[in-house]
Design a protein. Structure first.
Lengths: 231, 372
């Protein structure tokens, strides 16, 4: 009988992670805590009186399209959603496979990575839904389309920042995510286009990080707290 | 390092800790400390060069409607407050974000109030009842009544005051929420009809959701605990009532108080008592006048007209689309961004790659990102 009256949350998260050379500190942090992540988040939610019915995580790992022509790194890698806790071990192995390498110039192709995240195959059922994108980077972004001429650049990518903004949507015109469910958490420097996003998109929390330092100032408890507060 | 937000000096960055999806903190202005809350939606478009014209006009319209709505609501709230409902001191936009500033209230917690002697608890009940009745008579609903949103103070001469805070999420009875996802309050204090609303059943939320929540708060204040119910079968009071069962109120020994609370916890909002009735019953049973409870009639019928709201908006600095000066920060952004040239000069030294030989085994889970 209690279960009939529980307000439950179906939570989808997409971790958008800069995997260029300087990002070792935060990559190590995520690797060291991937196995505990599900328990830590559900415990936090339980303390707030909120029950997570389903938690899925997907990863988008990005670098730099143009730099990949010379450094041989794959500029954009994506996974399907991992269902936690059933796929905890797979999620851990996935995160462990990420190596901080390459990148070329300082701006990276974070906007394309964000586009992939926005167009995820989001859960649309459930009493309450949360669709959370978490971006981790210590670099600014190229304009979207900067690497358009490189082989493998995706067709149907947003033409420009304006179109990406339409994909995110707003209170009057829905984008590709559920307007009341979506959240974007930026652990990124206060530089374009991250600052442009936090100044113009709704439902965004931006934690400005120090450029080029691999987010070493961020700790795991802050990540869990921030994510839990956004649910 | 401090920053200025709308004239408030903020020394510690705003945080979203225990805030749901918003940010909060404290700011100094005019020699006083204020509580600031930053809203994450809607966002006023300041980087107009980076969005389509259609998108910009849409956002401006959305923001304009939001401003009018909030100014009216907060003005109504200010007139409704009997001094124990926290007023919104200022509602403003700074850059692309909207903020409210309220008095930074400090005092004792609910747990401290539970330790008060019975006669002072009765006084607290009357204060809370009067404040909520004032709010409801103005056609407003708090929507998130719970112990954490009550602050208590004991004055030097032994009087007690109780302040109801976190009121910026209030709504008008004439324009209740339509999005079930907008109700994110503490589930323990949910009214039965609020749960039904979340399940997208055709119910309308009224001021009676506050009465239910306040009934539970009254019970806790008097006894230190929630009403008893079979916790193996149920997690929340509302679920007991939705199953047609009753909450055990016997821990409240005083018959009059037990009856009052029973009326506040009626399962059907139609049969649930009103806060005005609660206040009148308490006043009749314990007729001791307090300094914080006013008794005169108040005109709740006057609300801010559209024209008044427009004049207030112009003083704030927000203007309808196509009219009035723009935010100076918007002009600064327009100058700094413009085409691919904007990012020149930001390219730092090339990153050095880690030593060769580090194994890469991403193929098990990752695929190259294809077309969208």
């Amino acid at each position: 009988m209690a279960a009939n009256y529980d307000i439950t949350y179906n939570v989808d998260m997409v971790f958008v992670i800069d995997t260029t050379g300087s990002m070792r500190p935060v990559l190590d942090l995520v690797k060291n805590n991937a196995l505990n992540f599900y328990n830590d988040v559900t415990q936090k939610m339980s303390m707030k009186g909120k029950t997570i019915n389903q938690l899925r995580i997907r990863v988008v790992a990005f670098k730099d399209y143009k730099a990949s022509l010379t450094d041989g790194q794959k500029p954009m890698l994506v996974t399907d959603f991992f269902q936690l806790p059933a796929q905890n071990a797979d999620f851990q192995r996935c995160i462990n496979s990420l190596q901080p390498k390459g990148g070329g110039d300082e701006p990276e192709d974070g906007l394309e990575a964000l586009a992939y995240a926005i167009k995820s195959n989001w859960e649309t059922t459930g009493m309450k839904r949360r669709q959370i994108i978490v971006v981790w980077t210590d670099a600014s972004t190229h304009e979207i389309g900067f690497g358009r001429e490189t082989p493998g650049y995706p067709a149907n990518m947003a033409r420009d920042f304006g179109e990406l903004t339409e994909w995110w949507g707003d209170g009057q015109m829905a984008g590709y995510m559920d307007q009341s469910a979506k959240r974007l958490l930026l652990f990124a420097p206060d530089v374009p286009y991250w600052s442009t996003i936090s100044d113009n998109w709704d439902n965004v929390i931006h934690f400005p990080s120090r450029a080029g330092e691999g987010l070493q100032e961020v700790d795991y408890s802050q990540i869990v707290d921030t994510i839990s507060n956004s649910i | 390092m401090s920053e200025m937000i709308g004239g408030y000096e903020v020394k510690e960055p705003l945080s979203n800790k225990n805030a749901g999806f918003s940010k909060w903190g404290f700011g100094e202005k005019d020699g006083k400390t204020w509580f600031l809350k930053e809203f994450l939606s809607p966002v006023y478009p300041v980087n107009r060069g980076e969005m389509t014209e259609k998108s910009m006009q849409r956002k401006l319209t959305q923001c304009h409607e939001y401003e009018i709505d909030k100014i009216r609501l907060f003005s109504q709230l200010g007139r409704a407050s009997d001094g124990n409902l926290l007023r919104i001191h200022e509602f403003f936009r700074y850059g692309s974000k909207y903020y409210i500033a309220t008095e930074a209230v400090t005092g004792k917690t609910f747990q401290d109030a539970v330790q008060l002697p019975e006669e002072k608890k009765i006084l607290v009940l009357k204060i809370l009842a009067h404040s909520m009745a004032s709010l409801h008579q103005a056609g407003l609903v708090h929507g998130d009544i719970k112990p954490d949103n009550l602050i208590f103070r004991e004055t030097k001469n032994g009087n007690i005051s109780a302040k109801i805070i976190d009121i910026d999420g209030c709504f008008s009875v004439s324009a209740p929420p339509t999005d079930p996802d907008s109700m994110n309050g503490d589930q323990l204090y949910l009214a039965p009809e609020t749960f039904q609303f979340i399940l997208e059943q055709p119910v309308k939320l009224t001021e009676k959701i506050d009465v239910f929540a306040m009934g539970l708060v009254f019970f806790q204040l008097l006894t230190g605990d929630m009403p008893a119910f079979p916790s193996d079968d149920y997690k929340y009071p509302f679920s007991v009532l939705l199953d047609g069962k009753a909450l055990d109120l016997s821990a409240v020994k005083n018959e009059t108080l037990q009856e009052i609370i029973a009326g506040m916890l009626a399962a059907d909002p139609v049969h649930r008592t009103s806060m005005q009735q609660v206040y009148e019953t308490l006043s009749a049973a314990w007729p001791v006048k307090t300094a914080r409870v006013s008794t005169g009639p108040v005109d709740w019928t006057r609300t801010e007209s559209y024209e008044d709201a427009q004049r207030r908006l112009r003083r704030m600095g927000s203007f309808p689309p196509g009219a009035g000066p723009v935010d100076p920060r918007a002009a600064a952004y327009a100058g700094s961004l413009g085409g691919s040239g904007a990012l020149k000069g930001r390219m730092g030294p090339a990153r050095s790659a880690p030593g060769a030989g580090a194994a890469e085994d991403t193929d098990e889970f990752f695929s190259a990102a294809g077309d969208l």
